[in-house]
Design a binder for this molecule. Structure first.
Ligand SMILES: NC(=O)C1=CN([C@@H]2O[C@H](COP(=O)(O)OP(=O)(O)OC[C@H]3O[C@@H](n4cnc5c(N)ncnc54)[C@H](OP(=O)(O)O)[C@@H]3O)[C@@H](O)[C@H]2O)[C@@H](O)CC1
Ligand SMILES: Nc1ncnc2c1ncn2[C@@H]1O[C@H](COP(=O)(O)OP(=O)(O)O)[C@@H](O)[C@H]1O
Ligand SMILES: [K+]
Length: 451
């Protein structure tokens, strides 16, 4: 963000002009939600506070009753300029009298715990029954890490200025932001190493398609029958032309269209029409599970590794595999396990995800409410998915979808990206309190949303 701002300024746009665009753009949103009601703007010492004075000035010009509360005077030259423009009331007390509060205490300059008068204001804000808007980021949020460094306030709306910051897509920060909207200020944001994933677009199969050309996915089962079956239910609806389950279980509930192959594992996986594997859901962690995983990895075919496979994989296995063709889909606990296995000391999710990719070359899809995808190309963040996904088996469905996408085109990062979108859309369509089975069946209508 700072680099993009510097580039804009080097090209002739002043910092004041950027602040004016940011503040006036944000004021448009504030007016939409305030709809004539009185507004209080909390202004801090830096340029986030400067944005606050621009917002207050813009509202006042439109006839709004505006109160500014500022515990200290601005420190930066540009914020002082914005302060000088505003001719309304500026109070330094703790009394928030209005039904709409706009928080401009700190933006991406926050670098330590919020204390003193600022913390008191945020505490008052947190308990006040008003509509709460955060400008750029909530003021106690560290914009790079998503950590909350002060009183936790639950906002109704967060207006990102110029570009998304990492905190807009990382927990715990993103959980406090309410609806998130981006206010554009004309910054050039091409070639960024991190981005918000763009909605994918799928096409119908080519006219000359047949089941093998569309991709044969082999799902490797193991100790438990349920998880790989759930993954297969998702996979059959996510694009692959042919889904096989390599399983020794009887699966009386399996759909007729799912081919289940038993016995002679080494021969089964040697089929060179297999374009992708999924290993991990229900695999188990005993010697036989390890043996299956080792054999699949040695095939060097595009593969999704999930669940038990993430507990079994180690450097020796990776040395015999082709990491560029592999993606791992860990939840928080599995990510911790992978970090322990590959000697990664980082503490936070984003750093862990990036370090794991650096150390192994694997494409890493770190799941959760704040899903992060790290590939060779970039770090991707995603819009928030339904919190109803927090039920057992939904990860198996995600792994099935990702493997199905992988079978169709062989690109690990693209598969993970598409899988998250399909998973979220399926969750939306499955309606509240769905089971993992309902979710897998909703992958079919979810596909239609991306055609
Ligand atoms: N640059 C641009 O072109 C544009 C920037 N824009 C806006 O600027 C924002 C970034 O502005 P910024 O860099 O001035 O930082 P900001 O978040 O206002 O706060 C830093 C100030 O707070 C202080 N401080 C820090 N932590 C503290 C603490 N815990 N407790 C107490 N004090 C603390 C720190 O001073 P310190 O005490 O560390 O010397 C400093 O004075 C950005 O989020 C966006 O809203 C837009 O207008 C678009 C154009
Ligand atoms: N609160 C939440 N909000 C959004 N998505 C969630 C939430 N909790 C879990 N998920 C998603 O649900 C899935 C859960 O996967 P996982 O933990 O592997 O479950 P399981 O092992 O039971 O299949 C992941 O895709 C994750 O991103
Ligand atoms: K803020």
């Amino acid at each position: 963000m700072r680099a993009a701002e510097q580039a804009a300024m080097a090209a002739g746009t002043s910092e004041w002009e950027l602040m004016r665009r940011a503040g006036e753009g944000a004021a448009q949103w504030v007016m939409r939600v305030a709809a004539g009601r009185s507004v209080t703007v909390l202004c801090g010492p830096g340029n986030n506070g400067g944005d606050g004075y621009v917002i207050a000035h813009a509202l006042r010009r439109k006839g709004y009753d505006v109160q500014v509360v500022a515990p200290v005077e601005p420190k930066s030259e540009t914020a002082l300029h914005a302060r000088a423009q505003f001719s309304g009331e500026v109070a330094s007390d703790n009394w928030l009298r209005n039904p709409v509060i706009v928080d401009c205490l700190f933006g991406y300059g926050l670098d330590r715990e919020v204390g003193g008068a600022f913390a008191k204001l945020l505490e008052t804000l947190s308990t006040s029954n008003c509509y709460k808007i955060a400008i750029d980021v909530p003021s106690a949020v560290h914009s790079d890490s998503g950590e909350v460094l002060g009183p936790f306030v639950q906002y109704d709306l967060t207006l990102a200025l110029g570009a998304w910051k990492r905190a807009h897509f990382l927990m715990p920060a993103m959980g406090s932001m309410g609806a998130r909207r981006l206010v554009r200020i004309g910054l050039e944001l091409a070639d960024m190493p991190a981005c918000l994933s763009a909605r994918p677009h799928f096409s119908a199969p080519d006219p000359d398609a047949h089941k093998y050309r569309r991709g044969l996915l082999a799902i490797v089962a193991g100790a438990m029958p349920g998880a790989p079956l759930l993954a297969a239910e998702g996979a059959m609806r996510a694009g692959a032309g042919y889904v096989k389950l390599l399983s020794e279980h009887s699966h009386p509930d399996a759909p007729a269209e799912l081919v289940i192959e038993q016995g002679r594992f080494a021969e089964r996986i040697a089929d060179d029409r297999i374009s992708a594997f999924l290993v991990g859901p229900g695999l188990g962690r005993d010697d036989s599970a390890r043996d299956r995983l080792e054999r699949v990895l040695a095939r060097k075919v595009p593969t999704v590794l999930d669940a038990d496979a993430l507990h079994l994989i180690d450097q020796t296995m990776l040395d015999r595999a082709d990491p560029a063709k592999l993606c791992v889909t860990p939840h928080e606990g599995e990510l911790a396990q992978l970090c322990a296995t590959f000697g990664i000391g980082a503490e936070q999710k984003l750093e862990r995800t990036r370090a794991l990719h650096e150390a192994t070359g694997l494409t890493v899809l770190a799941k959760g409410p704040d899903t992060v995808l790290q590939s060779d190309v970039m770090t991707s963040f995603f819009p928030l998915g339904s919190s109803w996904l927090s039920t057992a088996g939904t990860g198996d469905v995600l792994a099935g979808i990702a493997a199905s996408r992988l079978a169709t085109h062989g690109d690990p990062a693209r598969s993970c990206d598409e899988a998250v979108w399909l998973h979220h859309e399926a969750a939306r369509l499955a309606s509240p309190a769905f089971s993992a089975g309902d979710l897998a069946r909703a992958v079919k209508p979810a596909m239609a949303a991306f055609l």
